[in-house]
Design a protein around this ligand. Structure first.
Ligand code: SF4
Length: 417
């Protein structure tokens, strides 16, 4: 039986693509193995969203091609798709495929490598089986064109998965024992936009909540102006939809938001975030912030800090701007020096840690249902996305009622309630 290893770099969408690819390989009779088990084919699912991710993709490839028992090497995904013509020249790469070729990937690899599977595969070992949370991608593409982002170029136009297909996939994940599904997309809030109102994100959520016994449903990320009243009603209701919104802020300066080509202003963000927090009990609001965007002055950065202080996030991911070739921001004037980017990054991380601790402390001495995700240490997540550490052996996938004792690392040390 031919053996393949799939290495995943980058975002949740890539993780989902990799699972789908593994499934395709298995359906055609391939064995999906770890990199240490001498695969015949090694597929690197690459990423280009940041310079760092692109660098990691190239580094992985360099490492692999130095191995004397080198497998047939496939570079797959965003990197070749964003920079057609460049990646083919990387020495040691045997085949380059963009994600447009998802459906034909295995067939093309079999043809080009001369490796064949042995007959029809059985899906005994399902690809997600060791996990408790599954990422279900329901949307592809983004047409927002933020000035720092290569994604619209790498991933193309919006495509929404038909509702009946989403429901079939939810059923499959339930059969596999998943307790939580995270609906994800390249730009999740665009779901349905290509289908002329025939379906919407709210409709998908309602169908899942009403027609399946799924214990937990979470949304990956939405833009602040994509959160509808209907969605808030659903999130505030007594159902499986987790009270957690990830709302990328990026900057608190209107000047920078406009240069980024973001579709909201700081005042709008603040007003809506406070409204959501007031409307949904225990809501966790997490965010992404980019520091050091070209033209960001001390005053612009101070506006970001002020806005963050006024919102009060439960978790903040801070990124430093890095130039992506082919994006408008790469050529903008006013690039911020590296040390200053690092300083701003540190300042915001510190604020983020304090806000996280403040939010988490609201849940001490309270009981929460924690979905156990790993067993060393035993830890898992509450519906509003607080990490809990538990001092006992539980199995991943179990839901445990936990009482918060004290703050610990990035979360809460809890005891069985
Ligand atoms: S919304 Fe902006 S940052 Fe997000 S994928 Fe689209 S272009 Fe990129």
């Amino acid at each position: 039986m031919a053996r393949v290893t799939v290495v995943t770099l980058g975002c949740k969408a890539n993780q989902y693509d990799s699972e789908q690819l593994k499934n395709e390989f298995q359906k055609r009779g391939w064995d999906v193995v770890d990199a240490q088990q001498d695969p015949d084919v090694l597929l690197v699912n690459s990423c280009t969203v940041t310079n760092e991710a692109a660098r990691q993709s190239r580094q992985r490839l360099r490492k692999i091609k130095g191995n004397p028992k080198r497998p047939f090497l496939v570079l797959w995904g965003c990197y070749p798709q964003a920079y057609p013509g460049q990646t083919e020249k990387i020495p040691g790469v045997d085949l380059v495929l963009g994600r447009k070729e998802m459906d034909q990937t295995v067939e093309i690899i079999e043809e080009k490598s001369g490796l064949k599977s042995c007959g029809k595969g059985k899906i005994e070992q399902l690809p997600f089986s060791a996990r408790t949370r599954a990422f279900l991608k329901i949307e592809e593409g983004c047409e927002s064109f933020c000035s720092y982002c290569i994604v619209p170029r790498a991933r193309g136009r919006v495509w929404s998965k038909p509702l009946d297909q989403v429901m079939q996939e939810v059923e499959i994940l339930l059969e596999r024992g998943f307790k939580e599904i995270v609906l994800t997309g390249i730009h999740l809030g665009y779901y349905g936009k290509d289908r002329g109102g025939e379906t919407s994100l709210e409709q998908v959520i309602k169908e899942i909540l009403q027609k399946t016994p799924l214990p937990r449903l979470r949304l990956s990320s939405l833009e602040i102006n994509e959160v509808s009243e209907e969605l808030l009603e659903l999130m505030g209701g007594d159902n499986a939809l987790c009270p957690h919104l990830h709302l990328p802020l990026q900057s608190g300066s209107d000047k920078i938001l406009q240069r980024m080509n973001r579709k909201y202003l700081s005042g709008e963000y603040l007003e809506k975030a406070l409204y959501f927090q007031g409307k949904i009990p225990d809501l966790g609001v997490t965010t992404d912030i980019m520091v050091g965007f070209p033209g960001e002055t001390d005053t612009d950065f101070a506006r970001t800090v002020e806005l963050v202080e006024n919102v009060g996030f439960s978790r903040i991911h801070v990124f430093s701007f890095s130039k992506r070739a082919g994006t408008p921001a790469a050529g903008m004037e006013g690039q911020v020096p590296g040390p200053e980017k690092k300083r701003r990054n540190r300042v915001l991380r510190d604020i983020g840690n304090k806000q996280q601790a403040k939010f988490n402390s609201l849940f001490l001495d309270r009981e929460m249902d924690v979905l156990v995700e790993s067993s060393a240490p035993v830890q898992g997540w509450s519906p509003n996305y607080i990490r809990y550490y538990i001092p006992r052996e539980y199995n991943p996938g179990q839901v445990v009622r936990v009482k918060g004792k004290n703050l610990f690392r990035d979360g809460i040390w809890g005891k069985e309630g």
